[in-house]
Ligand binder design. Sequence first.
Ligand SMILES: *[C@@H]1O[C@H](CO)[C@@H](O)[C@H](O)[C@H]1NC(C)=O
Ligand SMILES: *[C@@H]1O[C@H](CO)[C@@H](O)[C@H](O)[C@H]1NC(C)=O
Ligand SMILES: *[C@@H]1O[C@H](CO)[C@@H](O)[C@H](O)[C@H]1NC(C)=O
Length: 376
Amino acid sequence: MKYSPSLFVAALVASVSASNVLELDTSNWDNFVGRGKPGLVQFTVQTSLCEGCKFIAPIFEKLADVFSNKKEDVFFGLVDTDDNMSFEEEYGFKSYPALLWFRGDGTAEPYEGGGDLESFVRFVTQKSDLEPPIKLPTPPQSRVLDYKDFDEVVMDPENDVLVSFTTPWCNHCKAIKGIWGKVTSIFEPESNCVVVNVDVEGRKNENLARRFNITAVPTIKFFSKDNKEGERFELELTESNFIDYLNEKCGTHRTSDGGLLDTAGRLADFDQLASKFLTASSGDQESIYQEALTLSSTIDDPSKSMQYLRIMENIANGTEGYHEKESKRLEGILSKREVARAKLDEIKIKSNILRAFGAPTEEEEDNNIQRDTAEL
Ligand SMILES: *[C@@H]1O[C@H](CO)[C@@H](O)[C@H](O)[C@H]1NC(C)=O
Ligand SMILES: *[C@@H]1O[C@H](CO)[C@@H](O)[C@H](O)[C@H]1NC(C)=O
Ligand SMILES: *[C@@H]1O[C@H](CO)[C@@H](O)[C@H](O)[C@H]1NC(C)=O
C-alpha cells in the first residue's frame, strides 16, 4: 500500500504560525473574489453548535499552508457569516461550514469532497491546474452498498461488517469520507472483516434507515457474525478508533499503513513451544515437535499453526543457521516493501513467528555447545 500520511507531516512541519487564510467580509470581498484568481472560501458561524466548523478550521489552515507558495495562483478565504447575513442570503447556505470554490470570474460551485486534508489538496490542485504542491497518493475508495446488495454482504453469518450510514450532503459525512476510504482499504485483505458505506438518502435505501433505526447521519454500526441487529459505534470518528475497534471485534491485526502488527499470526500455546525449541538438544527438539503436532490437531484451524511446524522442521533438519538467516532475509523484504500486499502479509506473519523462536543468547549458545559435545 502506497498510502503515506508522513508526507503531509513533513510538508507541514515547515509551516510557520502566521495564517495563510484571508479573513474576508463585505468590506474587502471585492478586492479578492472575482478578480481573476480562483480560491476556496469557507463560510462559518461562531456558534458552539457548529461541530463541523470546529472540525474543518484547523484542516483549512493546513490546506492554506500547503499552498502557501502558490499565492499567485490561488487564495483561501474565511468568512464569519454571523457578522454579515448577506452572504447567507446571496448563496443560500443551509448548513455550516459551507465551502465554495470561486472561479476567477467570481462564479461559484460548492465543495463536496471529503473533509480530510488530502481530499482538499486534490480538489484545489485539480481546479487550479497547478502542479500539486505535494505528492499525492491515489485516494482509497469506500465500498458502497445499497438496498439490493446490503443483505448479501452485511447479513452473511461469515462476515463481521462495519457500516457507515450517510447522506451525500451532511457535513460530518463529508468530513469522514476520506477516513472511511482509507479504513476500507486497510481492511481490504481481511475477507471477513468488511467496511462498507450506505447512502440512506436515496428513496429505496430509506427502508434500510428505518430497518436499523437510523435517525441521524452519519451513524456507524457494527454487524458481527452473530449479531445482525447491529451495535452502534459510539467512539469519536477517527481513523485510529476505527482501526482499533475492528481489530478488537474481528480479531484482526491491521496497522494504519495497511500492514500487520507484530502480533499477527502468533498463537500463545505454540509460542511457548517455540521459545524452547531453538536452544533445545536434538532429542528435546523432536519431542517438542511431536507436542506441536499433537496440539495442531486439536485447534480449530490447523493451517494457523503450519508455519510453526515448518520452522521447527527447518531448524531441526534444514540448513545450518536457518533461523537467523531466514529472519534477516524476511526483515530485508519487509523494510523494502516492494512486493505485493498479500505477499507482504504472508512474510510479516512468518517473520512474527520466527521471532517467537527468539535468538539464543550467547550463554544459551555456549550451554548448547557443551551439551552437544557431551552427547557425542
Ligand atoms: C453587511 O453587508 C452590507 C452590504 O454589503 C454592508 O452595508 C454592511 O456594512 C455589512 N455589515 C457588516 C456588519 O459587515
Ligand atoms: C432508535 O434510536 C433511538 C435514538 O437512538 C432510541 O431512543 C430508540 O430506543 C431506538 N429504537 C429502537 C427500536 O432501537
Ligand atoms: C527431522 O528428520 C527426521 C528424519 O527424517 C524426522 O524423524 C524428524 O521428525 C524431523 N524433525 C523435525 C523437527 O522435523
